[in-house]
Design a protein around this ligand. Structure first.
Ligand code: TIU
Length: 225
């Protein structure tokens, strides 16, 4: 059954069987003090704003039996998959792999790498570890989505202009239709959150914006009721 979701720049029609919810990097390392986001000098408290809407989107997706993907940004303990150009950005002592209050910063298996408890994945949901900003870069995400016949992605998470935008751009070039849930995204830099959403829906018409559509969790809930 087709569902029409209110969105900008135009309503978007999707089919639950071919739609996935992709929750980007809602990890303690980005949302809590002492993690990777904080090590880069950011006010991490801003990202908490996205948690309730992400939880709402997850509840809707679970009820509708959508494919659900949770991504996590992070690296192997030996840092063999961490580009030097990325590692060098952090201040000495607070770089990727250095010890912090949530374990080694941005390292797989450490407490800080976990998804925040309110959004914890359930059995059967895809948990995808990625070394970069985009969820398609050096991962098997495209293979997983194609195997399931997915055509449309509902995308939320953090941060709007970094990992969410990068993933949407990668998905767009691969032919996936992307609907970003704006209230379920957040950024350390409020004006970049707004600009990140504006860039998705710009240059739009009846067929969507240049990278897709922007909607929100309330519209999703109403459309799936
Ligand atoms: N720094 C920043 O805004 N974001 C990241 O480093 N990763 C994600 O967005 N997940």
């Amino acid at each position: 059954m087709a569902i029409t979701l209110p969105a900008e720049p135009a309503p978007v029609t999707l089919h639950p069987a071919t739609t996935a919810l992709v929750v980007i990097d809602m990890q303690r390392d980005f949302l809590e003090p002492g993690g990777f986001g904080a090590s880069l000098g950011n006010d991490v408290s801003r990202l908490g704003a996205a948690v309730p809407a992400c939880a709402a989107a997850l509840a809707i997706a679970r009820r509708a039996h959508l494919t659900i993907v949770h991504t996590r940004e992070g690296h192997r303990p030996d840092l063999s998959d961490c580009p030097p150009a990325k590692w060098e950005r952090g201040p000495p002592g607070m770089r990727i792999g250095d010890p912090g209050p949530m374990g080694r910063i941005l390292i797989r298996g450490e407490p800080g790498h976990d998804i925040v408890p309110d959004l914890a994945p359930l059995p059967g949901e895809v948990v995808l570890d990625k070394p970069g900003k985009g969820a398609f870069c050096q991962t098997d995400l495209e293979l997983i989505l194609r195997n399931r016949g997915i055509a449309t992605l509902l995308v939320c998470g953090v941060t709007t202009e970094v990992c969410v935008n990068t993933t949407v751009r990668e998905a767009n070039d691969r032919g996936f239709r992307c609907v970003v849930l704006g209230d379920a995204c957040a950024s350390y830099i409020p004006e970049f959150h707004a600009a990140g959403l504006a860039m998705i829906k710009a240059q739009g018409g009846a067929g969507g914006g240049i990278f897709g559509w922007v909607s929100d969790s309330a519209a999703l809930g109403a459309a799936f009721r």
